[in-house]
Ligand binder design. Sequence first.
Ligand SMILES: [Zn+2]
Ligand SMILES: [Zn+2]
Length: 95
Amino acid sequence: MPFYRLKTGIVHMKGSRLPSPCAARVLIDGKQQVCLAPSGYLCDGPPQRQGASTCDQPMCEAHARQIGPNRHLCPACYLNHREADPQRGLFTSIV
Ligand SMILES: [Zn+2]
Ligand SMILES: [Zn+2]
């Protein structure tokens, strides 16, 4: 039974088969907190712990970064993905 952050505040939802709360870090009132919105996506990025096949961070609509059909990354994996992407060099001009 997850806790969600909704407009009204933190809400404890009862029931099974509820989506995990979004794990993205956000600034709320100047403090870093976990987003906790009901998630609709799981991160498809590289696993952050052993034994996992993907990162699997739950993310809400606002924090999922789509990188392909049915492929989404959490904000942290998206940053790494962009840094590792050789295509990016094509768009940076040579100074
Ligand atoms: Zn979120
Ligand atoms: Zn991730």
